[in-house]
Design a protein around this ligand. Structure first.
Ligand SMILES: C[S@@+](CC[C@H](N)C(=O)[O-])C[C@H]1O[C@@H](n2cnc3c(N)ncnc32)[C@H](O)[C@@H]1O
Ligand code: SF4
Ligand code: SF4
Length: 342
């Protein structure tokens, strides 16, 4: 682990894993926003519910993106702006225009983009280097073409591997160290056999080889995902022991915006069935303290999780939570910020 990674990890701990977030609740504005530029994709990963979506597919309009960025207060910069959610962000025909705007406005400490790497062309990479995008996550998840197509249903493995190697070479040629490039491997029972080989394949090439243990069932409402994941040893080891349920901290720091401007309270809302507002008609601040989101928070604190359809059977809260802090500080957790106070 290098110095930058250690610094980022410490920052994350400070922000999300308790003290910093606790000290700032009620947050005047979310700390993290995921923006879905599109919900279309080139791959069909076995663990991703995207292909079962019944919501419309499309591309975000620039004005919607601009409105989100413009509304972020300068004194409440986001900790992270994720320019992806469901789908493959690099497929957006105006991808560069979007990130150029986000970068020029400087409203986030860190701009992070997750890609499957297939559409990662030289031109796009060159511009991301010039813009100094903070992080690029490339989800590869396999160490050879055979298993790649087993997990992701395409024969894109070699193209993606070459794209990433060329991207890193270009960054070196341009004498830059941004974006920080992580190659990602989502651990399942079926790819563990090649984990070490994957590590060796990328060691000394990518900035970081990231093994994701957080194999999730999203909101637990995708039959495809449940069937594939729920009985896996990897999943049970990570999520198996959740005897007591706590309020989920995500409701206190994150929002996710669908490509059409509808806002979801959490990235687990993959099918967009739990919209709590619309960026085209409302402000983020309004949505952040809307009655509906406040009622979700309240149900979590009162342990009536079953009343929140999105959260009823989700397990993600269990791996990164604040324990009982939100319940113990119920009044604070269910209050609204006073204007002018951060
Ligand atoms: C939904 S994808 C969207 C961005 C891009 N298409 C990609 O794959 O990176 C965002 C991230 O979700 C992760 N992901 C998908 N399904 C998952 C699951 N069941 N559990 C944990 N992570 C998952 C992917 O590995 C990827 O890093
Ligand atoms: S995980 Fe990413 S690459 Fe895979 S299907 Fe989902 S959106 Fe596409
Ligand atoms: S409980 Fe699950 S679905 Fe609900 S906000 Fe937390 S992570 Fe999202």
């Amino acid at each position: 682990m290098n110095f930058r990674q250690i610094k980022e990890q410490i920052k994350d701990k400070m922000y999300f894993r308790k003290k910093r977030l606790q000290a700032r609740i009620p947050l005047p504005f979310p700390m993290v926003i995921n923006i879905e530029l599109t919900n279309k994709c080139t791959e069909n990963c076995i663990w991703c519910p995207r292909d079962s979506m019944t919501r419309e597919r499309g591309f975000m309009e620039f004005d919607v993106f601009k409105k989100i960025i413009d509304e972020i207060p300068r004194d409440q910069r986001l900790r992270r702006l994720y320019v992806h959610w469901m789908g493959e962000p690099l497929l957006h025909p105006e991808f560069l225009k979007f990130i150029e705007y986000a970068k020029s406005e400087d409203k986030a400490e860190s701009i992070v983009i997750a890609t499957n790497g297939f559409p990662l062309s030289k031109d796009v990479m060159k511009r991301m280097i010039e813009l100094k995008i903070d992080e690029l996550f490339v989800a590869i998840d396999a160490a050879n073409p055979g298993s790649y197509s087993e997990f992701k249903n395409t024969d894109h493995f070699n193209t993606i591997k070459n794209n990433v190697i060329k991207a890193i070479a270009l960054r070196k040629e341009m004498r830059s160290n941004l974006p920080f490039i992580r190659v990602k491997f989502l651990e399942t029972d079926h790819n563990l056999r090649e984990k070490e080989f994957f590590r060796l394949q990328w060691r000394g090439i990518a900035d970081s080889v990231f093994f994701e243990k957080d194999l999730s069932i999203w909101d637990g409402k995708s039959e495809k995902v449940n069937k594939y994941i729920k009985s896996m040893g990897c999943y049970l080891k990570h999520y198996g022991d959740l005897a007591i349920r706590y309020p989920c901290d995500r409701l206190w720091y994150l929002l996710a915006v669908q490509w059409n401007g509808i806002v979801s309270p959490c990235v687990c809302d993959w099918n967009g069935e739990n919209g709590i507002g619309d960026i085209r008609e409302q402000s983020i601040e309004e949505i952040w303290y809307s009655d509906i989101l406040m009622s979700y928070r309240s149900h979590h604190i009162n342990r009536t999780f079953e009343k929140v359809k999105l959260c009823s059977v989700c397990a993600r809260w269990g791996t990164r939570n604040m324990g009982d802090w939100l319940t113990k500080h119920k009044r604070k957790a269910l209050s609204r910020p006073q204007i002018g106070k951060g």
